[in-house]
Design a protein around this ligand. Structure first.
Ligand code: ADP
Ligand code: MG
Length: 463
């Protein structure tokens, strides 16, 4: 690491090297763990030869690098996958089902320890804790329920606890936090985190190897069973059957069950009714998309964790423009840091705009001026043709200017084209409108809220 530190700038070092966990050296192969697929690709593209060069120097022999990914992107297998880090790129999944964090939970190995002894492998991501989970209006109910369960597993009426919400809103983080909290507070507790997909794969393997009873005993031996993304149980009847029995046994013995889903249990399609009704025995808590304050808090916390102090305008710009989920918000922050470090540029509003623009590029390509006019007029309850008319009534002028502003912000149309859509006004009128709206947003919080709300509406109408 010290050798690398002298070769890259400190921001890059912080972003791309500090998170690496060296795992082991086996023959010529040096294995490291990295936080995500994105991270892995980045290393491969930008730092592979540097790392190998330095390794070869230090170890005085030819070396290859392999990489374990603490996977987050692949929702279905939220466990580590191992890939060879070679250049040019060849990605070899070595054993995608093998958890990485400690002793693997595999049916081929004696995974079941006598009751009361140390915990089995939780495959929990140590970064997903309550401390790192930012509280906001959108998640406070789910968070409070999760905390209650973590403090008293099996001892509340929240059994099972079902957390549901859209993608990237923090379900996986929260269910890991429960597990992490429990293993920290009580070392004797056996925690098992899995996904419905992994459960299914293990089950199929157990059938093939004629080890169903090992499989059942194993799952029934835990104090806390966490199953992520139960919507993927849909259509898998045999797996649902065995999960039903597992569930009943655990519940009967007062063990805690925590589940996550992308929708409320009663809306799960293809899941057996008796299972759905079990899911509703305890507490169902939802996570909503984060509001602006929460988005700002998250950006501040995450950039702070990386040792970066983002200016207010950068934070606000990202938080008002990247609205749909927290994963996207994180992605935006990562690109921002990556660009700043690679192009050695300061992190400022210009850079933030570039990054957001490229992330939102897809949206931008699809927004039309007509759509903007439609949404604005619908919201402000004025007839659309007045936008193109000569009327100078204040409320019409405001609607017209806001529409022009949004057209410039959200489409790639030229000022001239925008003007043409508003009854053939010329480009200087559009510039004036843009300025007026921008200025008014800075001084008038109501106007600001209105414009931001319209903007989200337009973006949402495209999803
Ligand atoms: P989901 O499982 O709902 O798709 P994740 O739990 O994977 O979402 O969350 C996506 C990313 O956002 C993760 O990196 C997670 O740490 C982060 N995240 C989500 N919610 C929060 C929060 N409230 N505070 C901090 N980070 C969060
Ligand atoms: Mg998830």
């Amino acid at each position: 690491m010290a050798a690398i530190r002298t070769r890259v700038n400190s921001q890059s070092f912080k972003t791309w090297f500090e998170p690496i966990v060296p795992l082991h050296l086996q023959g010529n192969e040096f294995c490291i763990q990295v936080p995500s697929q994105f991270f892995h690709e980045w290393l491969e593209e930008h730092y592979y030869s540097l790392i190998v060069e330095i390794l070869t120097q230090i170890l005085r022999k030819e070396c290859a690098l392999s990489c374990q990914i603490l996977s987050e992107e692949k929702e279905n297998f939220p466990i580590a996958t191992e890939v060879a880090l070679t250049s040019p790129v060849v990605r070899l999944p070595i054993n995608p089902l093998e958890p990485s964090m400690a002793m693997p939970i595999s049916l081929d190995r004696p995974a079941i320890k006598p009751q009361g002894s140390a915990s089995i492998t939780p495959t929990l991501n140590p970064r997903y804790t309550f401390e790192n989970y930012i509280k906001g209006e959108s998640n406070q109910f789910a968070r409070a329920a999760a905390l209650a369960v973590a403090n008293n597993p099996g001892g509340t009426s929240f059994n099972p606890l079902v957390i549901y919400g859209g993608v990237g809103l923090g379900k996986t983080h929260l269910v890991h936090a429960i597990g992490n909290h429990l293993i920290q507070t009580d070392k004797t507790k056996r925690v098992l985190y899995t996904s419905s997909e992994k459960f299914t794969v293990d089950f199929v393997e157990a059938i093939q190897k004629d080890r169903i009873s090992d499989f059942s005993n194993f799952y029934r031996s835990v104090d806390l069973l966490i199953v992520d993304d139960i919507q993927f149980f849909a259509g898998k009847e045999k797996t649902q059957d065995i999960f039903f029995h597992t569930f009943n046994t655990l519940h009967h013995f007062g063990r805690q069950i925590v589940l996550s889903s992308d929708r409320p249990p009663k809306e799960l399609k293809g899941v057996n009714e008796r299972l759905v009704s079990r899911f509703q025995w305890g507490l169902t808590a939802d996570i909503q998309p984060p509001d602006l304050e929460t988005r700002i808090a998250i950006l501040r916390k995450k950039s702070g964790d990386d040792g970066i102090d983002l200016s207010h305008d950068v934070v606000e710009f990202i938080a008002t423009n990247v609205t749909s989920n927290i994963r996207e918000l994180e992605g935006c922050l990562i690109s921002l840091l990556a660009r700043a470090s690679l192009e050695t540029r300061p992190i400022n509003l210009d850079l933030a705009k570039e990054v957001v623009r490229s992330i939102m590029g897809e949206v931008r390509a699809h927004v039309t001026i007509e759509e903007i006019q439609r949404v604005v007029c619908e919201q402000l309850k004025i007839p659309e043709d007045l936008l193109r008319a000569k009327t100078r009534k204040q409320e019409i002028v405001n609607a017209r200017q806001i529409s022009m502003y949004l057209a410039k912000e959200l489409t790639n149309s030229s000022l001239k084209t925008i003007g043409l859509h508003f009854g053939g006004r010329d480009h200087s009128t559009v510039i004036h409108a843009y300025q007026t709206v921008e200025d008014s947003m800075n001084v008038d919080s109501k106007q600001r809220a209105l414009v931001l709300q319209l903007r989200s509406k337009i973006e949402l109408s495209l999803r």
